[in-house]
Design a protein. Sequence first.
Length: 493
Amino acid sequence: MRKSRPSLDRCPPVWATPRSNRETLGPNVAVVAERLALGRGRGWPGLIPWQSFVSDVAMEVDPASGLLAYRTVVVTVPRQSGKTKEELSVATHRCVAWPGQTVTYTAQTRVKAREKWEDDHVPALEASPYGRRGMFRTRKTTGMEAVLWSNGSKYGIESTTEKAGHGDTLDLGFIDEAFAHVDARTEQSMKPAMLTRAQPQLWIVSTAGTPASVYLRSKVDAGRARCRAGRSSSVAYFEWGAPKDADPADPATWWACMPALGWTVTEDAVRAAYEELAGEGKLAEFRRAYLNQWLDEVPEEWLIIPRQAWMDLRADPVPHGQVAISADVTPDHKAGSIVAAWQRPDGHMDVELIEHRAGTSWLPGRLAEIVRKHRPVATVIDGAAGTPAGSLVDEIEGLRVEVTRPNVRELTEGCGRFFDAVMDSQSLRHNGHPDLDAAVAGATKRDLGDGWAWSRKATDVDISPLVAATLAVWAHDKFATRKAPYDLLRSVG
């Protein structure tokens, strides 16, 4: 741990909208942050340099109108940089400074938004002078969660659906962990509620994403282009991260790209995270989470399955012979996948992601429909007790679907075979579905018995398409007799 805390000069942003000579409300946000810090105990600072810089720029006031100059603020930083404190300080300032404001917070899902709001935001507010002076009351009724300020302002949470933010008005909105959003539906639901407000502002905050993070990536690409061209607009953009050729093991890399290092994060903590993830073969996830590097920008050698090796296997599907079906879901049941595998006439194995949807309530019925129509040689699910999909097996079997559940040996065998089919024999083909591509790009391993399996919890990436693809290939190898011709699988969709 360095004795002196680093300044913004030591860890500058890679891209940033510069500070202009306009007046700013940033110092007011800093005062709010200091008051919030009073309730967190000694050693919890107010705004640290990167947060002060972002606040100063984002809260600039247009001298002609006297209103906020920026309607949209995009921030991407490594994990544990202090996004929560920045968001809460800005939200609290808005609620306290102007009466009758409506502020909304969203995250990956409504469940995650409530968890962050209830576990972090509300306790910080209640312990602060604002809470001790009784300046607000907290309503935790499910579906109506809000901090209700005595001046008529409200700070609540929303879902990430098209209906998010569909109240009469919205003054300030936060889309946190934006990497998890696959489209702009949340933003599109918030913007109409801001149209009639005098000083609307939308904050989009996240760590780098995966190939599936198309919403965030569009914001990043546009923000970089604005900074590169030196354009001034209604959008402020900020990005901290390491160059793609930076050594992830070198502390100098950490100090140059992690703006909270030396303030709220220690070098020892980063080293422990690096050693753990590197030891488990998860350097790609370390790069994404701690160095804020996009998975499609990191060197090939840090990925379990290199991009080019996977892309080289793209081919139009050629349905033929018997088919095996598999399904998997994410640990939080946020999404589920159904994948089919069959052997092409040329002997290569085809895999196709048939369904990948939010939630899991749809999966048993859809899986039963596919099984009834196409009579697969096996329908396989990693359904052991404690596994994400295990809770769905009884319902699936209740729909008269016979489920094959691989044991640990068979699971590790399937993962090894899938990896070999891609890397060694190149005997696998896929049609380049973006969700399956994203799962492969974000894949990490976990030790299991004498082998390994895909790790669902070591990454923020939804790898259910990859797990299902792996099990479908294993099931076809084990159960298919390769006899009767098989009708076009694409009719499944």
